[in-house]
Design a binder for this molecule. Structure first.
Ligand code: PMP
Length: 406
């Protein structure tokens, strides 16, 4: 693979040129949401300026242009993740996607005595929907623990795959620790035991090449706003047989073939699950985001972020006096840390005064915080458009701030 001019890539992102508190912005909150390249912003803008109409309804020219662009985005997204477009339900993001599986797949199936298996490192979006389903069905939640280095305890996970487990929910990449889980191997073990697997891909697709078909899962949920796309976009990929068997989660227009007061014939998947006017402009923007990432090449994105992560880890080690969470070998460019004796929010507030944006808090992962015995951490999460110079500026700011808090 040929090298990219990363400075030119960075220049594609208008927001990264701004200042915060009189300092050039260092945006290290990419696990929370990513910035958007000009091509995505212009695609959304251009849709509203020239093509805006509702999809799948009107026969007029604008209506067919909008539908073509929307369905074109679905196709591009499907190609990007190596799945079939008719198995890709477009929705507002991972949270909706997981809820769709919880309400349409799990709720009608689970009963008392069944179990849902989750891991200690799940985001609340992959915990709370299952608790709601468990309450209503009488099923139990089981938890597979992690090891202190922030990797899954695979022996414990496989031992927990007992006959009452009907579904496993596991994140591909941890949003707090950066740990990349061996989802392919996990799916193989689960399938051998007849367990359906949902993989939360929120933090994977933006950072590495993901071949969903090769993973061998049943459901794969992801969000567009972390992968250069607009907010309120994302998708659920599901095996065809699941989509065919699942009742719709939300009812309304778009998702039907015929409605009478005696009953309704639903549209085919994926439309069966896309009731109402969707986020048309957003998903067309997500199509542009996927084109952008494709042009960079996900292998190059991953290599770039791995190099930035190594530099960040070096700088943090040199500072000393920090507690770093998650030291997996297979790790995305996410580092959670604390300055001994200081609160994460104070740290993040002082860093903001230096123009550095990091997230502080529980990162929607209370059970993981509890495992490490902390209420919150600071999290620096990188993207390919970050620079070595930013990492140095971040390290200098952190040193200064640590001095203030000590
Ligand atoms: N799962 C993980 C691992 C995440 O990082 C996030 C976003 N922080 C979500 C789920 C939820 O995504 P969204 O808010 O876009 O629905």
């Amino acid at each position: 693979v040929s090298a990219l001019d990363w400075a030119a890539v960075r220049a594609d992102f208008p927001l990264l040129g701004r200042e915060v508190n009189g300092k050039p912005l260092v945006y290290f909150d990419n696990a929370n949401t990513g910035q958007k390249p000009r091509s995505v912003i212009e695609t959304v803008d251009g849709f509203y300026r020239r093509h805006n109409a509702n999809v799948s309804r009107a026969v007029h020219t604008l209506g067919s242009e909008a539908t073509e662009a929307y369905e074109g985005a679905r196709k591009r997204l499907a190609r990007f993740a190596n799945v079939r477009p008719d198995e890709l339900v477009l929705c507002s993001g991972t949270t909706f996607a997981i809820n769709l599986v919880a309400y349409s797949w799990a709720l009608p199936r689970l009963k008392p005595g069944d179990a849902i298996l989750l891991t200690r490192m799940e985001h609340h979006a992959n915990i709370v929907p299952w608790q709601l389903v468990a309450e209503r069905t009488g099923a139990k939640i089981k938890v597979a623990e992690i090891l202190p280095d922030g990797t899954l305890d695979l022996d414990a996970l496989y031992a927990a795959m007992t006959p009452e487990v009907k579904l496993l929910g596991v994140t591909h990449v941890s949003n707090v620790l950066g740990t990349v889980n061996p989802v392919r191997e996990i799916c193989r073990e689960a399938r051998r035991r007849g367990i359906v697997v949902l993989v939360d891909g929120s933090q994977a697709l933006p950072h590495r090449k993901v071949d969903i078909a090769a993973i061998g899962c049943d459901f794969y949920a992801f969000t567009g706003h972390k992968m250069c796309g607009p907010t309120g976009t994302g998708a659920l990929w599901a095996r065809k047989e699941h989509l065919a068997a699942m009742p719709p989660f939300i009812g309304g227009g778009e998702m039907i073939k015929e409605v009478s007061f005696d009953g309704t014939v639903f549209n085919d998947p994926p439309h069966k699950f896309e009731a109402g006017t969707p986020n048309i402009a957003g998903h067309i923007g997500l199509g542009a985001a996927v084109d952008y990432l494709d042009a960079l090449g996900m292998d190059r994105v991953e290599a770039r972020e791995t190099e930035l992560l190594a530099h960040l880890q070096e700088e943090l080690a040199a500072i000393g006096g920090l507690r770093v969470f998650g030291t997996a070998k297979e790790k995305a460019a996410v580092v959670s840390f604390l300055v001994e004796g200081a609160h994460a929010h104070d740290l993040a507030t002082l860093l903001d005064l230096e123009g550095v944006a990091v997230r502080s808090g529980h990162h929607c992962a209370h059970p993981l915080m509890r495992y490490y015995g902390v209420a919150a951490t600071c999290r620096a999460s990188l993207a390919f458009y970050n620079t070595h110079e930013e990492i140095e500026r971040f390290a200098a700011a952190l040193k200064k701030v640590r001095g203030l808090l000590a």
